[in-house]
Design a protein around this ligand. Sequence first.
Ligand SMILES: *Cc1c(COP(=O)(O)O)cnc(C)c1O
Length: 343
Amino acid sequence: MSVEKKPIDWANLSFGYLPTDWRYVSVYKHGAWDDGGLTDDPNVVMSECAGALQYAQTCFEGLKVYTTVDDRIVAFRPDLNAQRMYETAKRLVMPPFPVDRFLSALDEVVTANKAFVPPYGSGASLYIRPYMYGSGAIIGVAPAPEYTFRIFTTPVGPYFKGGVKPLRLLVSEYDRAAPNGTGHIKAGLNYAMSLYAGLEAKKQGFDENMYLDSQTRTYIEETGGANFIFVTKDGKVVTPKSPTILPSITRRSLISVAREYLGLEVEERKIELSELPEFVEGGLCGTAAVISPIGSVTTRDGEVFLPSGMKEMGPITKKLYDTLTGIQYGTIEAPKGWIRTIV
Ligand SMILES: *Cc1c(COP(=O)(O)O)cnc(C)c1O
């Protein structure tokens, strides 16, 4: 495959928005999605009374497309993003965008922007942002009469550019999401709710918040945009089970990798904050970083340092990271159906 790439300094890209040539758009009107297609217009025009603007009827997804060791352009488990967005849309009373159409739209927009897909070895990737919103006007509180589904893409740099830096977390006094059961949907409303708490934590010198369940403030939930995994002293991987955290695709994949590739025991269960001192490693998992190690967590009683330290990933975290990224880049054989070859 020989594609003329754009003149971009891939290794020095940050996680920022750099518009590419094409984006995908489809509109839902009179009870049906239209055929959809590509547009070169990066701007969205809609009614001042759009459901998205007035009542936050909007949701999104995030995934990465990258070049493998054998020079294919691939996406990692995009069917799960399509499925998750389908579920999120239903919860927000938006017409779900069909999974097969999501996947063909992804193929179409990535193929059109293939000159923006970073080369293998750069550590960079093409970030894919599917999103959907109520674009029709509505003033009485009700679902909008019209919807728009779009996908834009933007090249992003390697996550651990300055090396791995374990995170200092703060147990937040705030709830991570609107406390009405919307924590399991991927939607801007939850992110808007976490901005204030995020800034408060940063002002105090922390990297991220650790949110607890809002009802009892006993159990570990997640951060604003990533799930947790921990490793116990006897080498078991544990990860919170809760109906109010977003089902991370990275986390689900790491659980499989831990079990099937590394032969580790995995427990998905409620995790009490008071269990923290039992853990030897911890990490945040999500599409952006795969796993970002945790150095310490500050609770009301003080700072708990994980034995894996503030310098590098713990040994099991590192194995999970190396195996999953190996699967993604094609140096380790992937489970069936995990990699979608686009070009
Ligand atoms: C997107 C997201 C995650 C991570 O999910 P991935 O599918 O692994 O990227 C975790 N928590 C929240 C709240 C999210 O929005």
